[in-house]
Ligand binder design. Structure first.
Ligand code: SAM
Length: 484
């Protein structure tokens, strides 16, 4: 590895990029999609995971705390950002994560090792061609024989829309403007432009709407994602062609509403080159849908994913609910209300909702093949999640509960958005609850928790059981090692 620790600050060191975690990048999600295509995938609990352009590594840290037997490596060009991640990993006591300062161009030649899962989120469409090529070359060289790579990128034709607004902002920004001035001018331009006008035709209305959406972005995203020096939305088919040159083929997409991109639509027969057929169909869909963004998966060219739905593959998975009963229907986490008319499928949804946050084997739901396809659609739409195994966190109160060590480290940093052990986030603003959660370190029994609740400022220390239930429902409590 080139010693880049003394390297110059990058633009990501100067203007902070928001820290985030991405459910769609989680190895378990990648493995589910592989299994739906009847590919064997490494067990996420013990896998080797690499993230390229990982920023401060928060995405990896959140995975690592829930999978202590797995190994996580992340690298990024920005030294102060990597340092922040290392400090946080140390504070959370995570020994299964390594964060390095590296350039993907150098890594493509020299990074050693083999990885079951490789993640590159928000990199490919924002770097010059030689860096894009290096990313795919790296993946082609270090992905394990049954490995899966996740690459997200801005796509065309939706990218043309974003590009029009970017060009508009850039037209008014002087070439030598400092970051603060760039952001100020960009926001002024957008504010003036985004307001709808009475004589707008449909095209102008859509253009202004795009400007309004851009204006909503926080500074870090506006600066890097929209005004960055490199901005190259991609055609899906061209990304697949570039991946093919590195011995990789498109498997499918991990974005909601897109899990079926890797399958032939019902009634469409495979032709002689089913791989090319899948890419062409997905590309066609992007044109039809004005697609903006893709979260594409790639596997080795000899992998031969199954391209039609196989109910037996669904029966090997586990499911969990992301919705709650609301009268005759269910309400999803995003607030949408939906109905399921079929009573058998409805009963299965009720079972999952009652078990939440625990996961149930899909086979135990006793659904026939047609209903399994409906269950897959529910996964695609969002009301349920699919997994390769049971929950990697406690779903019943342990004798001495321990909150995720990463969540405790975040509370200590004064951060209110906590990473959960099912790779999402939960906001805890109440200082009393923060103090109580921070004290759940696995050393306290029921009596100790009551004392902690009193010290934390609870009006009634008996409330601690209720608060523990909140932490369990939010997937914040570690699974005791012995119960694994
Ligand atoms: C848009 S940010 C995405 C960060 C994170 N993956 C996410 O999605 O939130 C792009 C990241 O890629 C890193 N990066 C850009 N060029 C790179 C290169 N040549 N090698 C390694 N990292 C690079 C930047 O430093 C930055 O942290």
């Amino acid at each position: 590895m080139t010693d880049l620790t003394q390297s110059e600050a990058t633009v990501y060191d100067t203007v902070a990029y928001p820290t985030a975690i991405f459910t769609q990048t989680h190895p378990d999600r990648l493995a589910v999609i592989a299994q739906l295509h009847e590919l064997a995938a490494a067990d996420p609990a013990t896998a080797r995971v690499l993230e390229v352009g990982c920023g401060d590594g928060m995405n990896l840290l959140a995975m690592a705390v829930a999978a202590p037997e797995a190994r996580f490596t992340g690298f990024d060009l920005a030294p102060t950002v990597i340092e922040r991640g290392r400090t946080r990993a140390a504070a959370a006591g995570l020994h299964n994560v390594e964060l390095e300062v590296r350039d993907v161009v150098e890594a493509a030649r020299e990074l050693e090792g083999e990885f079951d899962y490789i993640i590159a989120h928000g990199l490919y469409a924002w770097v010059p061609p030689r860096v894009r090529d290096a990313l795919l070359a790296l993946i082609g060289r270090v992905v394990a024989p049954q490995g899966i790579a996740f690459v997200s990128y801005n796509t065309l034709p939706g990218g043309y829309f974003r590009m029009a607004v970017r060009d508009l902002m850039c037209h008014f920004i002087p070439a030598d403007a400092a970051p603060e001035a760039m952001l100020r001018i960009a926001r002024q331009v957008l504010q003036q432009f985004a307001e709808p006008r009475a004589d707008d035709g449909p095209a102008m209305a859509a253009y202004r709407h795009q400007a309004a959406r851009t204006l909503e972005q926080p500074d870090g995203l506006l600066f890097h994602d929209e005004l960055g020096a490199e901005y190259h939305p991609q055609l899906h088919s061209e990304v697949c062609a570039a991946a093919a040159r590195e011995g990789l083929v498109f498997l499918g997409d991990t974005g909601r509403g897109r899990f079926d991109d890797g399958f032939l639509p019902e009634g469409v027969e495979p032709n002689a080159d089913v791989q090319a057929q899948i890419v062409a169909l997905a590309q066609q869909r992007d044109f039809m849908d004005l697609r903006y963004f893709r979260r594409s998966l790639f596997v080795r060219a000899d992998a031969q994913p199954r391209r039609t739905f196989e109910p037996a593959a669904m029966r090997r998975l586990w499911a969990s609910s992301r919705c709650t009963r609301d009268g005759d229907g269910w309400r999803g986490e995003e607030g949408t209300l939906f109905a399921v008319k079929d009573p058998v499928l409805a009963a299965a949804l009720d079972r999952l909702a009652q078990a939440r946050p625990a996961r149930l084997p899909v086979a135990a739901l006793d659904l026939d093949d047609a209903r399994l396809r409906s269950l897959l659609q529910l996964f695609d739409l969002g009301p349920i999640d699919l997994h390769t195994g049971p929950a990697p966190f406690a779903t019943e109160p342990p004798e001495r509960p321990a909150l995720s060590s990463l969540a405790r480290a975040l509370i200590a940093e004064g951060i209110e958005n906590l990473c959960t052990l099912d790779h999402s986030t939960v906001r805890i603003e109440d200082p009393v609850l923060q103090r109580f959660f921070a004290g759940l370190d696995g050393s306290r029994d029921a009596e100790g928790m009551q004392a902690l609740a009193a010290d934390s400022g609870f009006a009634d220390p008996a409330q601690c059981r209720e608060m523990l239930d909140v932490a369990l429902r939010k997937a914040l409590i570690m699974r005791p090692r012995t119960a694994a």
